[in-house]
Design a protein around this ligand. Structure first.
Ligand SMILES: [Zn+2]
Length: 475
C-alpha cells in the first residue's frame, strides 16, 4: 500500500504542479515543535552532503512534496504553489539512521546504585533534536514501552524518530543488570525470540554470556521471521559469531574476544579480553584476517566510538548539553569526569587503536554503521551524542561525506530501507537536517541550530532540546 502511495505521489507531481499532500495528523504537543508542516517546499541555495559519500554539492535546491524529495538541482523553477525558503549559508545532510540508540539511561540515584531507567519523555525528542530520524534501539529494558513509544511517534502524538525496536539483551546469567532477563536453556532463547517478535519487536540483540548453541538457535529463529540479530559479545568470538550467521556486531572491535590466548569456548572473560586488545599491535595479521573474514561474511560492524572517548582534556558531556541532565545525574557525570582527568592513559591507547581498526574495516569494504549507546556512566546523552559521534568519525580520519555516509545511508542499508531513506535523492523520504552553517567546511557546525525534517515535517531542533532540559536522568 505504502509503495503504491509513493508511486501515486510521484505520478501526481509529474502531472500537476501542486499535488495533494497527505498530512500526518500531529497532536498539539508535537505541533509545538513544528516549524514547517508537510507541504510543498522549494529549499533554495543549499550546500548538500547527500549521504552517498559523493562530493559536496554547492548552491543546490531541493524540492519537497509531502513526505518525499521530488527533485534536486541548481536554479530549479519553483513549482506552482510551493513555498520558497532561502537557505543561503545553510547546509543539508540526510536524517541520521543510528543503530544503537537505547531509550534508557543510568539511574540518577547516588554512585554505586546500579541500574537504568526508561527515558520515554526526554530521549525520543532528543534523538530527533540531534538529527536522528530513524533509530534502532539495540537492546531494551522495557520492550513494551519502546513499542508503545514507536506507535505514539508514528501516530504523531509525540515527537521522535522512526524506530526499529530491539528485544531485551538476550543472555544467560553473568551480567548483573537488574532490568534484564537471564535465561537458562537454548529452548528458552528460541521461545524468547518468538515471544518478543509476537509482542512487536523488529530486531534482536544477544549479550555477553550466551553459548554458540544459543546463538545458532536465536539466529535461525529470528531469520525465519525475517528479522536480524546483533550482538555485544564476550563469550563468543567475532569469528565464531560470523560463522554462525550473526548479522551485526556492536562496539567496533572493543568487545572482540578473538585475541585471547587459549580462550575457553563459550566463556566470557572480560579482563582477559581487555588485556588482549591492549597487547594486540595496531597492525597485526590476526586483526587483518578477522576484518577480511567479517567482510566476506557480510557482517556489519557498529561503531560506538563515542562511548570510548577518553576524559582528559575532553568535554564533560561529549556533544554538549550538560543542561539536559537532572541535577543528580549532572553531579555523577561531573565527578567521574573530574576523577578521570590525567588518569585515563589506558583508555587513550584502546581508543586510538579502536579508531584505526574501525577505519580499516571500512576501508576493506565492510559495512560500518553507527550508534551512540547512551549507557555506562551517564556521559552519553541522546541527541547530543549523535552530533558528537559524527565529529568523532572526522577525528578518526574520515572525510565529511564519508562520516555522513556512515551515520545515514549505511544504517539504512543495514535496515534494508535504503530505497526509502538514508540519502538526499529524488524519490526518497524527506528526512533531512538543515544546518545553520556549512557542515562541509567544519563538522562541528552540526551543533548549530537545525531544522530536522522527518517525513516532510520540519522540526525545530533548539526547541526540542530546550523542552528536555533537566529531565535526563528522571524521565
Ligand atoms: Zn548498548
Amino acid at each position: 500500500m505504502k509503495s503504491i502511495g509513493n508511486i501515486l505521489l510521484v505520478l501526481c507531481s509529474l502531472l500537476s504542479s501542486l499535488p495533494t499532500v497527505a498530512q500526518e495528523k500531529l497532536s498539539d504537543e508535537t505541533l509545538e515543535f513544528v516549524t514547517y508542516q508537510a507541504g510543498n517546499y522549494h529549499l533554495k541555495n543549499l550546500t548538500i552532503i547527500d549521504g552517498t559519500g559523493s562530493e559536496v554539492k554547492e548552491n543546490h535546491d531541493i524540492l519537497i512534496s509531502g513526505d518525499l524529495i521530488t527533485r534536486i538541482g541548481q536554479d530549479l523553477k519553483t513549482p506552482k504553489g510551493a513555498t520558497v525558503i532561502d537557505m543561503t549559508g545553510k547546509s543539508a545532510m540526510p536524517g541520521m539512521v543510528m543503530l544503537h540508540e537505547h531509550m534508557f539511561y543510568p539511574k540518577s540515584t547516588p554512585e554505586k546504585t546500579y541500574g537504568v531507567d526508561q527515558m520515554s519523555f526526554s530521549f525520543p525528542r532528543l534523538y530527533l533534536a540531534g538529527g536522528a530520524t530513524t533509530i534502532r534501539t539495540a537492546g531494551s529494558i522495557m520492550p513494551q514501552s519502546d513499542i508503545n513509544l514507536k506507535k505514539a511517534i508514528n501516530q504523531g502524538k509525540i515527537p521522535g524518530p522512526n524506530m526499529d525496536v530491539t528485544s531485551p539483551h538476550l543472555d544467560r546469567e553473568g551480567v548483573s543488570i537488574l532490568e534484564l532477563p537471564t535465561l537458562e536453556t537454548t529452548q528458552q532463547f528460541v521461545d524468547a525470540v518468538n515471544f518478543y517478535a509476537d509482542m512487536g519487536v523488529t530486531s534482536f540483540k544477544v549479550y555477553n554470556f550466551i553459548t554458540r548453541e544459543d546463538l545458532k538457535a536465536i539466529v535461525e529463529t529470528a531469520h525465519a521471521r525475517g528479522m536480524k540479530v546483533t550482538g555485544h559479545l564476550c563469550s563468543i568470538t567475532y569469528r565464531e559469531a560470523a560463522d554462525i550467521g550473526i548479522d551485526n556486531l556492536e562496539h567496533g572491535f572493543f568487545t572482540a574476544s578473538d585475541f585471547i590466548k587459549d580462550k575457553e569456548t563459550d566463556q566470557c572473560a572480560p579482563f582477559e579480553l581487555h588485556q588482549s586488545l591492549l597487547n594486540l599491535p595496531v597492525e597485526s595479521k590476526e586483526m587483518s584476517s578477522l576484518i577480511d573474514h567479517l567482510v566476506k561474511k557480510e557482517v556489519a560492524l557498529t561503531s560506538t566510538i563515542n562511548v570510548f572517548e577518553p576524559y582528559t582534556d575532553r568535554e564533560v558531556l561529549p556533544g554538549g548539553g550538560l543542561e539536559a541532565l537532572y541535577s543528580g545525574s549532572k553531579e555523577k557525570v561531573y565527578n567521574r569526569w573530574a576523577r578521570k582527568q590525567g588518569n585515563d592513559s589506558l583508555d587513550y591507547i584502546n581508543f586510538n587503536k579502536g579508531k584505526i581498526w574501525e577505519k580499516a574495516f571500512y576501508n576493506a569494504g565492510g559495512l560500518l554503521v553507527a550508534g551512540t549507546d547512551p549507557t555506562y556512566d551517564g556521559r552519553i546523552v541522546a541527541g547530543y551524542a549523535n552530533m558528537r559521534l559524527l565529529e568523532l568519525f572526522v577525528e578518526m580520519g574520515f572525510t565529511v561525506p564519508e562520516a555522513v555516509k556512515i551515520c545515514t545511508v549505511n544504517g539504512a542499508k543495514y535496515l534494508e530501507q535504503e530505497s526509502e531513506i538514508g540519502s538526499i535523492e529524488k524519490g526518497k523520504k524527506a528526512d533531512l537536517i538543515i544546518i545553520n552553517g556549512d557542515l562541509s567546511q567544519d563538522i562541528a557546525n552540526i551543533r548549530k541550530d537545525k531544522i530536522v525534517f522527518k517525513n516532510g515535517v520540519g522540526y525545530n531542533s533548539p526547541k526540542l532540546f530546550d523542552s528536555a532540559k533537566g529531565y535526563v536522568g528522571i524521565r
